[in-house]
Design a protein around this ligand. Structure first.
Ligand SMILES: NC(=O)C1=CN([C@@H]2O[C@H](COP(=O)(O)OP(=O)(O)OC[C@H]3O[C@@H](n4cnc5c(N)ncnc54)[C@H](OP(=O)(O)O)[C@@H]3O)[C@@H](O)[C@H]2O)C=CC1
Ligand SMILES: O=CCCC(=O)O
Length: 291
């Protein structure tokens, strides 16, 4: 099976490498061309524009930073819309708001093409090992056609119905994750400042009802001030912002998420946006130093 792949950031590079390793023919495009080098060394071809990739492949997958990037790759000159047509499918796995997904879906339908939104849960390592959770919505036929690729990329995939439902599910999940990361950062700081060993806190948490892979994986690294990016903080803040907008639209009061969003904004203002989202821990530690 031949697939196109647009966007070779942390996720896109890992996912396209995984497809190559599993026998797929892959044609890639990335705004910054040099980021294609490693996947090309593993057998990928390169398209000069998103349109060129779509022209060559019946299914094209994209995973791009945010709504502006997702729209630009579809609507700009040389974009997906220039070549999408009947018989061709476009699968956007970026985390965006439902409105962005709807705009892309409508434009592709007007050209006779097929669209699936399919954001993913799971980060760099699950992307490398094909353990993502895929949250798809819109066209069931394209979802079924994409199953061989989803089998490689994910450990589980869901079809959630009408366009927008994939984006909504992803934003709800990441809103919870961002809020939990802030509570975790406060807990680690409180443990340390009140005279406990924060490593002991990690051991205790891991044995109880709120044990989870995020505490287990990120906790020891946070205690070493290691924020090597798996999920960049700027993207987590984007997801909090988009989830809060979804809350506005549905009149859902979310004071915990709003406070978490402020902490991620603060972290961005401290220049931490390109680090892992666990670097929000630094905003709590900053308060410690200023007291
Ligand atoms: N990292 C993670 O753990 C996860 C991320 N996600 C989501 O997946 C998406 C990608 O994340 P990730 O790979 O981490 O992000 P990165 O920041 O590593 O990569 C972003 C990608 O988007 C491209 N891009 C940015 N702006 C534009 C633009 N205007 N036009 C064209 N391309 C553009 C970048 O190109 P260039 O190289 O030229 O900058 C790059 O390929 C985001 O929506 C994120 O929220 C979802 C699950 C997990
Ligand atoms: O959107 C990013 C999700 C990161 C994760 O699930 O660990």
């Amino acid at each position: 099976m031949e697939v196109g792949f647009l966007g070779l950031g942390i996720m896109g590079k890992a996912m396209s490498m995984n497809l190559l390793k599993n026998g797929f023919k892959v044609t890639v495009w990335n705004r910054t061309l040099s980021k294609c080098d490693e996947v090309v060394a593993h057998g990928a071809s390169v398209g000069e524009t998103p349109a060129e990739v779509v022209k060559k492949c019946n299914i094209t997958i994209a995973i791009l930073s945010d709504p502006a990037a997702a729209l630009s790759v579809v609507f700009d000159k040389g974009g997906v819309l220039d070549q999408i047509c009947s018989g061709k499918g476009y699968i956007d796995m970026s985390t965006v708001d439902p409105e962005t997904s709807c705009k892309i879906s409508e434009a592709i339908a007007l050209k006779g093409g097929h669209f699936l939104e399919a954001p993913v849960s799971g980060s760099k390592q699950p992307a490398e090992t094909g353990q993502l959770v895929i949250l798809a919505a819109r066209e069931k036929a394209l979802y079924e056609e994409a199953v061989p690729a989803f089998d490689v990329l994910g450990k589980k995939y869901f079809f959630l119905g009408p366009v927008g439902n994939g984006a909504k599910m992803k934003l709800v999940v990441n809103m919870i994750m961002g809020s939990v990361m802030n509570a975790f950062s406060e807990g680690l700081t409180l443990a340390e400042r009140s005279g406990l060993n924060p490593h002991s806190l990690l051991d205790v948490l891991d044995l109880g009802g709120i044990a989870n892979p995020m505490f287990k994986g990120k906790g020891p690294e946070m205690l070493k001030d290691n924020y090597s990016p798996a999920f960049p903080l700027k993207h987590q803040q984007k997801d909090m912002r988009l989830a809060l907008a979804l809350g506005d639209q549905n009149a859902v009061s979310m004071p915990v998420a709003a406070a978490a969003n402020e902490a991620f904004k603060k972290a961005r203002s401290m220049g931490l946006g390109d680090l892992d989202f666990s670097a929000v821990f630094e905003t709590v530690k900053l308060l410690k130093h200023s007291s």
